[in-house]
Write a protein that binds this ligand. Structure first.
Ligand SMILES: [Zn+2]
Length: 69
């Protein structure tokens, strides 16, 4: 068996694939990839910040035992 393990690499996809804006679905622009505009980019960033705000509330010493008298 002469093995030709994928010598041809024709299906090389470009690094930056054109994807619709995650926020509104419009065509993405180079300047604000993968968003269509900076406005959508900022809006999405705001969502992330809002989400991280809830996750960031993690108390390390939650197993504090109170002294009972
Ligand atoms: Zn958009």
């Amino acid at each position: 068996m002469s093995s030709k393990t994928g010598a041809k690499a024709e299906n090389v996809s470009p690094l930056r694939k054109r994807v619709p804006c995650p926020n509104c679905g419009s065509k993405s622009a180079r300047e604000s990839y993968p968003f269509c505009s900076k406005r959508c980019s900022d809006l999405d960033l705001g969502k992330w910040l809002d989400g991280s705000y809830a996750i960031a509330t993690e108390e390390p010493g939650s197993g504090f035992s109170e002294d009972e008298y």
